[in-house]
Design a protein around this ligand. Structure first.
Ligand SMILES: Cc1cc2nc3c(=O)[nH]c(=O)nc-3n(C[C@H](O)[C@H](O)[C@H](O)COP(=O)(O)OP(=O)(O)OC[C@H]3O[C@@H](n4cnc5c(N)ncnc54)[C@H](O)[C@@H]3O)c2cc1C
Length: 262
């Protein structure tokens, strides 16, 4: 089975710096990691390949420093890694990001399965995976915690807050991984050596991808970030007066009902 895994390099911190003028993320000077859910996506892809054969291709869209994440994916065991990078892609929102990644997946071609993480810890929208599936016109199963390869179809367990769903999907499909799916492996020393001593990362630019220039970058992004800020948290307390416990409890119930808490 040929699998393409989409990974995002993200800042290794919850303190994401934001350019207050443009509303975009500032990556410079912030240590970076592979987005945690994406490491589970890589692991799931490697396990399926190790079991049934095929190839794992890992792709990332980002600035040149995202090569680092791809080298790590290679060291974990990916067969091929691609960086999708171009000045024209800068400032892309989730729509433009998914447009570019879907074009890259089509360019690479021959895939049975696409993996994404559920959500990136910086952008946090969880939109890119489902949008890629829409652009590729393939079925999607999100929040995967177990995957079985049954030849021309996949059986995926999808975890939600209340219940788990067992979903059968034909291939090709897109699956988004969550951290309950598996425990990502450590890179092997031989592969680390290879990843850092040979040029394993292949590059795709706007010239390689048939993307409409009006659909990419800041100009092609329908989302506008007007301002970014850390919300202030306020706590208010109130003493409920009453003759006894029963009266106080009744007043409390009335107040909770009034604000639709119960
Ligand atoms: C108007 C606007 C401008 C923006 N400009 C910038 C900017 O200049 N610089 C910047 O860093 N961010 C920018 N962003 C944020 C950027 O759009 C998002 O980081 C990006 O689209 C991914 O969304 P997300 O982080 O919410 O990913 P999610 O949707 O939460 O990610 C889900 C999964 O999709 C996959 N995925 C997501 N992004 C990538 C990627 N790049 N490559 C491969 N796979 C991926 C991964 O598997 C990931 O786990 C901008 C956003 C907006 C709205």
């Amino acid at each position: 089975m040929n699998i393409i895994v989409c990974i995002k390099q993200v800042p290794n911190t919850n303190e994401v710096k934001i350019n207050q003028e443009t509303g975009t993320l500032i990556r410079d000077g912030v240590p970076s990691i592979i987005n945690p859910d994406d490491r589970n996506a890589i692991e799931a892809a490697l396990q399926l390949r190790d079991l049934n054969g095929g190839k794992v291709t890992v792709i990332s869209m980002g600035p040149p420093q995202a090569k680092e994440a791809l080298r790590e994916a290679y060291a974990m065991g990916a067969d091929e890694v691609y960086l999708i990078t171009d000045r024209a892609f800068g400032g892309s929102d989730t729509w433009a990001t998914a447009t570019i990644i879907a074009a890259a997946i089509e360019k690479i071609g021959g895939y049975d399965l696409v993996f994404c993480g559920r959500q990136a810890i910086d952008g946090d929208t969880a939109q890119v995976g489902p949008e890629i599936a829409e652009f590729l016109d393939i079925p999607q199963v999100t929040y995967a915690v177990a995957i079985e390869d049954k030849g021309d179809k996949l059986i995926v367990t999808r975890k939600t807050e209340g219940v788990d769903y067992i979903i059968e999907t034909p291939k090709p499909a897109l699956i988004t991984a969550i951290q309950d799916l598996n425990k990502p492996r450590y890179p092997r020393v031989k592969r680390i050596f290879e990843a850092y001593n040979t040029e394993v990362v292949k590059i795709l630019t706007s010239e390689d991808l048939p993307v409409d220039p009006t659909q990419i970058g800041l100009k092609g992004s329908p989302t506008n970030v007007y301002s970014s800020f850390v919300p202030t948290k306020e706590k208010h307390s109130e003493i409920i007066e009453g003759a006894d416990k029963t009266e106080k409890a009744e007043k409390l119930l009335d107040k909770l009902k009034a604000v639709n808490v119960i």
